[in-house]
Design a protein around this ligand. Structure first.
Ligand code: T4K
Length: 369
């Protein structure tokens, strides 16, 4: 076969020459981490780009989730989705809280707000929904539930960099949002992440907690962690911000190609743009109805793999099926019928800015069979 593998994603990098002046400055300053010059600039630039008040940079999204839960004083039970990357559930577990799994909507694969209230107990303190694949959750309904029951609303916003609804960043929703800047994301800083809030005191508390709890040289306000982003990645992030809109525009073109070429394939369903939403095309998930398509999801996954196309079954297995969590009462597949079905049928096709038209055509023709 000999062809180069086409992965589910491939990071966009800036020109190396453009990064050199930033590196030179870091070398001159000898300020490598701990709220340096580039860190401060990047936080400001990001807040401006996203249209939010405060951004706190992190070394990755997972630590940001853990610190966010601490900052909000979350205890007891957290209602969340099983259809996500394991980091969401693990962050809850690492904070000595119990994840309670709620089923998802069949149209958007996000947490179904109509199924949340039945899961609330006296121990429930928070909701942790995920804007999965960059699809915004139903914030109106979720916020109403949070307000009615006095719960915190903490969004795992790992997939929604740059996503807006009616012109407003979805990172403005709830008490906190967590972004991931991992290499596989629309916007990457190698590893990286952020917490977003509109509350000045919350921003302060987060910044203490990500720096071991230090408020000043001699005051430690809480048992904090070390979640700081360094100067290298902050500088790189500043450079990446200049091209992120172009990145999204290129991904949109890939999505348009897939939508056009797969629209008449029986048994394949796709997600489409939601009116009023500025999407970021973070992923391109399709669902395969084996009876209609004539092949199961796993058969198609293997066929693509045999042709060097590395699609991924995000998010299969469901978090509720992993050994740590499957004993929880809410983890029973009977309680999660939509998520269980979607996890069996979902397949994420290669989606990245530099996917060539030849590669697109190759993927399209294999799926057409
Ligand atoms: N919440 C949600 C909803 C998330 O999706 C994530 C992360 C988090 C929280 C946690 O955020 P972070 O702590 O990661 O910031 C990947 C990523 O590692 C993970 O960040 C991401 N979600 C998840 C959905 O996907 P894997 O195990 O699938 O990654 P991996 O190494 O198999 O990479 C996928 C493909 O990407 C590779 O086959 C090739 C390509 N790739 C990957 C890397 C790392 C590259 O071309 N270059 C690279 O540098 O988890």
């Amino acid at each position: 076969m000999g062809s180069k593998p086409i992965f589910v994603t491939s990071p966009s990098l800036p020109e190396l020459d453009d990064f050199i002046p930033y590196l030179r400055k870091i070398w001159e300053n000898k300020w490598l981490t701990n709220n340096g010059e580039f860190h401060q600039q990047f936080e400001k630039a990001l807040a401006e780009y996203l249209g939010v008040r405060y951004v706190s940079l992190f070394t990755n999204g997972m630590i940001a989730l853990q610190v966010g839960l601490q900052a909000l004083h979350i205890t007891g039970e957290v209602i969340t989705t099983p259809f996500t990357f394991v980091a969401t559930t693990h962050a809850i577990y690492w904070n000595n809280c119990r994840p309670v799994f709620c089923d998802i909507e069949p149209e958007t694969y996000t947490m179904d707000p109509d199924k949340v209230e039945a899961l609330i107990t006296p121990q429930t303190t928070a909701l942790m929904p995920v804007h999965v694949y960059g699809n915004p959750c139903n914030n109106e309904k979720l916020q109403k539930i949070a307000d009615t029951y006095g719960l915190k609303l903490f969004y795992d916003a790992a997939h929604v960099f740059g996503v807006k609804k009616d012109g407003v960043s979805v990172c403005n929703w709830g008490n906190l949002s967590m972004l991931s800047f991992h290499a596989t994301k629309v916007f990457n800083t190698f590893e990286g992440g952020a917490l977003v809030t509109n509350d000045e005191n919350m921003k302060k508390r987060i910044d203490f907690l990500k720096n071991f709890g230090f408020a000043d040289e001699v005051t430690v306000v809480a048992p904090g962690s070390n979640g700081k982003m360094d100067e290298f990645r902050s500088a790189y992030g500043l450079l990446q911000l200049k091209t992120v809109d172009l990145e999204i525009a290129k991904r949109q073109k890939v999505a348009q190609y897939y939508r056009e070429t797969l629209k008449d394939v029986s048994g394949i369903t796709m997600l489409y743009d939601i009116p009023g939403v500025r999407h970021n095309y973070a992923y391109f998930p399709i669902r395969i109805d084996a009876a209609k398509y004539g092949m199961t999801r796993d058969e198609l996954y293997n066929k693509l793999k045999a042709n060097n196309i590395m699609s991924r079954r995000y998010f299969y297995p469901l978090c509720s099926d992993f050994p740590t969590y499957r004993g929880l009462p809410s983890a029973k597949p009977a309680n999660l019928p939509v998520a269980t079905r979607v996890a069996q049928e979902i397949l994420c096709l290669p989606m990245f800015a530099d996917l060539t038209t030849e590669d697109e055509a190759k993927i399209g023709s294999i799926i057409h069979g």
